[in-house]
Design a protein around this ligand. Structure first.
Ligand code: SF4
Length: 338
């Protein structure tokens, strides 16, 4: 009989780890709270820098883990230590004994309404990065103007923000802003598009090309400055006040659409799991790896491993690579007890 490995979280980290564990001859049991697999990436439209389809990625992973045991709309109720492993009780009444489990519980998007100065939830045409992806995916409940003439993107919403309680850089949102700005220009070629940033953090393969293309081919304007206030004019447009910190001049622009780059925040489910399994939490609020250089997948508990954004913001390729590494760590642990 194949050995059980419980995977908590059915986003791309959990799916990729399940795929690898199946190939290694284990019986992965994926526990997902939502009614579908894929996590945040499953709600996304295209992925930078190659504009690959997020839906194709999720579909492909889903097909490859059809032999895994997948419980949707299911929570972990308790994790108890056994002499040689753990007893995991699920909200659907199933109990699983396993020697190893993987936490891949991901992150939650920062709630942009907490930054009241941006007017999310107050003005119809202030939306988040996630809302815009939903609109790209054809979701009817996100409304954007028919032909927006002026569109702004605000970077670092709820990231690198002491007041919001999240000092971390979310790592992916500068590139997401560049990608979404390009997609807006492709859909509405006559639109003028601004990105308001504090710093641009574009560190990955092809990212710089992508950014240069955004300026040179699409004419997207990058303004170094924080938006301080968003209001609405009598004709229903958005009035945005900012300061260009390179020139020192205040800026006022009228926009038809403002997109907030909501960052990655700790998932409350992760905190609940940490308490249940006695996992260490790091100073940034995310789960604490045993060693941030050599053992990023390992936890402080024997046989419990991590993958993906439960330990901090990650890109899609990083998450997939971590999931593969975690599957190998689990294999090594189960073979040798290392
Ligand atoms: S990736 Fe860019 S937008 Fe996101 S938090 Fe870091 S600096 Fe801000």
């Amino acid at each position: 009989m194949k050995e059980n490995v419980v995977i908590i979280g059915g986003g791309i980290a959990g799916m990729e780890a399940a795929r690898q564990l199946l190939l290694l001859g284990y019986h992965p049991i994926v526990v997902e709270q939502k009614d579908r697999l894929g996590g945040h990436v499953g709600q996304w439209h295209r992925l930078f820098p190659d504009m690959a389809s997020a839906q194709d990625l999720i579909r492909g992973l889903g097909e490859e883990i059809s032999d895994a045991n997948i419980f949707l709309e299911t929570k972990v109720n308790s994790i108890n230590r056994l002499r040689d492993g753990y007893q995991v009780m699920l909200s659907n009444g199933v109990n699983v004994a396993c020697r190893s489990l993987l936490v891949a519980s991901g992150f939650q998007l920062f709630d942009a309404a907490r930054k009241e100065e941006y007017g999310y939830g107050v003005y119809d045409h202030v939306i988040t990065n996630s809302d815009l992806e939903a609109w790209f995916n054809g979701k009817p409940d996100v409304r954007i103007p028919e032909v927006p003439e002026n569109v702004g993107f605000v970077h670092c919403v709820g990231s690198r923000d002491l007041k919001a309680g999240n000092l971390e850089c979310s790592k992916v949102c500068c590139m997401t802003a560049v990608k979404q700005a390009i997609e807006i220009k492709e859909k509405f070629p006559s639109a003028r598009v601004w990105c308001f940033y504090m710093d641009l953090r574009l560190f990955g393969k092809k990212y710089e090309d992508f950014y240069l293309g955004a300026q040179q081919e699409y004419g997207i304007q990058f303004v170094r400055g924080r938006v301080s206030e968003v209001g609405e004019t009598a004709d229903g447009r958005l009035q945005v006040k900012a300061e260009d910190t390179l020139t020192g001049k205040p800026l006022r622009v009228r926009l038809d659409l403002l997109v907030l780059m909501a960052g990655m925040a700790c998932n409350p489910e992760m905190t609940r799991l940490a308490r249940m399994a006695r996992l260490d939490i790091d100073s940034d609020g995310f789960l604490k790896s045993l060693d941030n250089i050599r053992s990023i997948n390992a936890s402080n508990r024997p046989g419990i491993f991590f993958a993906g954004a439960c330990t901090g913001p990650k890109t899609v390729p990083e998450t997939l690579a971590e999931a593969r590494a975690a599957a190998l760590d689990i294999h090594r642990y189960l073979q040798k007890g290392l």
